[in-house]
Design a protein around this ligand. Structure first.
Ligand code: SAH
Length: 377
């Protein structure tokens, strides 16, 4: 197995954590704040605001440097700005607008945050420490409308899209957990929600993530995971930035995929694969397909054979993830034997495949579960 980074590292977000520490923040609701969320703005937009308010343009880079590089949380700490400007900015803008509703940390260096949004919505995001890598997994929506039957995030549907600033803020909150000399190295849009159903804001947030004045992360280290929405995949290809694309396949044929991923009924597996192929042609980035292995559902030898047929002539990495149990759902993690057999068929079928192991019995929840469990209390 290659040691190069792959997006699957980040699927740990769905492999939830053996908790060694769990904190809750106070739940008092913040007063309504009409100030502009600074994290919603690109550098160019902020420069425009400054010049329109009689300020030199170079202040924008200074402020961004304080926020993204020096990790400060309020304008007062920006010591090389004139005091009047600091006051003016604080009147007009807010930097952090969410709060940390809960934090879980695990012994393997993984931190999971439940972020409370200004309107009371909640999303999850995760920091994974793995060797020199500092990968984060970020949410794009409150809830999810895709309805994948085994996923906790979509059990109650979708409430709303996150703003650009709310997506960026998750990144900053996770960056703030690093040691001063450490940097975020990889981002995966594999948290709650369907990123391609909120594409403009996701692309805006990722622009901040990769720009030199933002987090400076190469698009080659950024992965967008999708259930497979062809028109949005084509828009992503036209955007021209070579992000990695991961497509959640989960089944090798139409009937089973429509059962597990209900939006497939209207789209069809061929259209999803064709759009993924076009993305590969346009971006040159190797595609990833994700396949959550559900015991007795999509883990039979014939499923592995069908899957090999589908993928063997494509330049792809298949990431097989044994199901992580979600309370209240009827699915089970496959047995070790059926996982091994599934793997063997794919490997001998010529598919470049990677298996993620379950993280043990301490695991308490799957993606979206931290939010569910707290709300159930
Ligand atoms: N909507 C996007 C991104 C969010 S889900 C998508 O569908 O790709 C990120 C990945 O986690 C998806 O592949 C999803 O199928 C997987 N996942 C969700 N619930 C899971 C569970 N209980 N066990 C294992 N993987 C899960």
């Amino acid at each position: 197995m290659s040691s190069a980074w792959s997006p699957f590292t980040a699927l740990l977000v769905c492999v939830n954590l053996p908790v060694i520490q769990s904190e809750s923040a106070s739940s008092s609701a913040p007063a309504r704040d009409d100030r502009t969320h600074l994290l919603d703005l690109s550098l160019a937009e902020f420069q425009t605001w400054l010049t329109e308010h009689g300020q030199p343009k170079f202040r924008a880079k200074q402020v961004f440097g304080w926020i993204y590089e020096k990790r400060v949380r309020d304008f007062d700490a920006m010591s090389d700005l004139p005091k009047t400007l600091r006051e003016q900015l604080a009147k007009e803008f807010v930097i952090y607008r969410s709060q940390e509703a809960a934090v879980q940390t695990s012994r393997d260096g993984t931190d999971k945050l439940l972020v409370g949004l200004a309107d009371g919505g909640e999303v999850e995001c995760v920091l994974l420490r793995d060797g020199h890598r500092r990968s984060i997994c970020v949410s794009s929506q409150v809830g999810c409308a895709m309805g994948c039957v085994f996923c906790a995030s979509g059990l109650d549907g979708v409430d709303r899209n996150l703003t650009r600033g709310e997506i960026v803020e998750q990144m900053l909150r996770l960056q703030a957990r690093l040691e001063p000399g450490e940097r975020l190295s990889h981002i995966v849009m594999m948290g709650m929600g369907e990123p391609l159903a909120n594409l403009d804001r996701v692309l805006g947030a990722l622009e901040t993530a990769r720009s030199a004045e933002g987090l400076g992360i190469s698009p080659r280290r950024i992965t967008i995971s999708t259930v497979g929405l062809p028109p949005a995949i084509d828009r992503l290809a036209k955007n021209g930035v070579p992000y990695n694309l991961a497509v959640s396949l989960h089944a090798p044929n139409e009937e089973l995929r429509s059962q597990l991923v209900p939006v497939n009924e209207k789209i069809g597996i061929d259209a999803v694969l064709a759009a993924a192929d076009r993305y590969f042609d346009a971006s040159g980035r190797r595609l990833t397909f994700e396949y959550v292995l559900l015991g007795g559902v999509n883990d039979a030898p014939e499923h592995a054979r069908e899957l090999a047929q589908l993928l063997r002539h494509r330049t792809v990495l298949l990431n097989v993830i044994p199901y992580n149990p979600v309370e209240g759902l009827p699915y089970v993690t496959p047995s070790k034997r059926s996982i091994a057999e599934f793997r063997q068929i794919l490997e001998s079928g010529g598919v470049n495949v990677m298996f993620r192991q379950r993280k043990g019995d301490e695991i308490d929840a799957a993606c979206g579960q931290l939010r569910r469990n707290r709300n159930a209390k």
